[in-house]
Design a protein around this ligand. Structure first.
Ligand code: ZN
Length: 379
């Protein structure tokens, strides 16, 4: 059966990195907490889907998707994201998309990912959410068999379209969804200064009562006020992005004190003009302020990036030391929705792999050791 795969990543911009450090990052085991299934459809797959499903993509959209990397605004990105999602028409499309994602995970040594998808984007297809989940899980089983990588699901609600929220939440809390790998309820869409819609808040309250955690985006398009409001209304332990919390000292302290995990996605933030460059991105500042920071790719195919490249840039352009980067990986492991035993076992295997890789690539042991001079760790 056909499956989708992306070409090799070529846009690291990491020429200054020590080769040993770069190899360490490429080979190290990784976890991804924040990646959208619909955002793993790259330009080639988009054209393939359009051909397979006889969809006429507007040339402007193909060009926009092909340019990737810089969208300039959330609105222009959303147009490409929605048009991309609209090319998924059959259950086989969903299955093969997951297999393509798994192939990328295998290449990057991503051992585990919690993957967001947006059920209400696909409701018009006429499949039930259970049907789509079954197709996703057919792909997920194949990914586990072929690359040994584990996937769990985070269906998300959309801030600006609260109508289906309760229906999606009820499904996400169902035994079929939980047994099928659903581990949290997400929230995406454009942030605004207006309070969260009552139906959205109600949906998350019901999910919490059923034991399904909230995993909302906040502090990306919106500023600290949006993060405060989301924290108050939904009480999440993890926040997608959260980077604009940096504009409010009290909020940064609160996030650090409460050990709320931030799913930081540097390339996404630069591509959507939240920050003008990686050098001006607050990843290191948040980490230095004691926040629990993880590194993620968000919509890797649409941004022409990958989780490996995010880590390379985190060191090369954002200024993290290798120790800080390693700690961020372990923070991600501890923040997964796996059981305590599964998390502990994964952490032990990652720590052991890090030690082996440091020896293999001639790097100093962890702890006080930083990067070799000029490797990007001391900016
Ligand atoms: Zn996202």
């Amino acid at each position: 059966m056909e499956e989708f795969a992306r070409g090799p990543c070529t846009s690291t911009g990491c020429g200054r990195l020590d080769q040993g450090v770069a190899s360490f990052i490429r080979e190290m085991p990784k976890v991804e907490l924040h990646v959208h299934l619909e955002g793993t459809v790259g330009p080639e797959t988009l054209q393939l889907l359009a051909q397979r499903n006889r969809i006429d993509l507007p040339p402007a959209l193909i060009r926009a998707a092909d340019r990737q990397r810089r969208f300039g605004s959330f609105d222009s990105f959303v147009r490409v994201f929605m048009a991309t999602a609209a090319c998924l028409r059959s259950l086989e499309d969903f299955r093969s998309l997951v297999v393509g994602l798994g192939r990328d995970m295998g290449r990057q040594n991503i051992r585990y990912a919690e993957v967001t998808w947006t059920p209400q984007l696909h409701a018009h297809l006429g499949f039930g959410a259970d049907d789509i989940l079954a197709a996703l899980n057919a792909g997920r089983r194949e990914v586990l068999e072929r690359w040994g990588a584990e996937i769990r699901w985070i269906p998300d609600l959309v801030r600006s379209y609260p109508g289906p929220a309760l229906r999606v939440q009820a499904w996400a809390c169902s035994a079929a969804a939980r047994d099928g790998g659903v581990v949290a309820l997400g929230l995406g869409g454009p942030e605004s200064d207006a309070p969260l819609d009552a139906e959205i808040v109600d949906a998350f309250a019901r999910a919490a009562a059923a034991g399904l955690p909230a995993n909302p985006h906040a502090g990306e398009g919106g500023g600290p006020q949006s993060v405060w409001a989301t924290l108050k209304a939904l009480r999440p332990r993890r926040i997608g992005h959260g980077v604009r919390s940096i504009e409010d000292e009290a909020l940064v302290r609160h996030l650090a004190d409460q050990e709320i995990v931030l799913e930081v996605c540097p390339t996404s933030n630069v591509a959507l003009a939240v920050y003008p460059s990686y050098e001006e991105h607050p990843l290191l500042t948040l980490l230095s302020a004691g926040c629990r920071v993880t590194v993620n790719s968000d919509d890797p195919a649409l941004f022409g990036s990958s989780l490996t490249e995010e880590y390379l840039r985190a060191v090369d352009a954002c200024g993290l030391t290798l120790d800080q980067l390693q700690a961020a990986v372990l923070t991600a492991v501890r923040a997964t929705y796996l059981s305590g035993q599964e998390r502990a076992s994964m952490e032990a295997s990652f720590v052991s792999a890090f030690a082996d890789l440091r020896i293999r690539h001639g790097l100093a042991p962890g702890g006080a050791a930083a990067l070799p001079a000029g490797a990007g760790g001391a900016k």
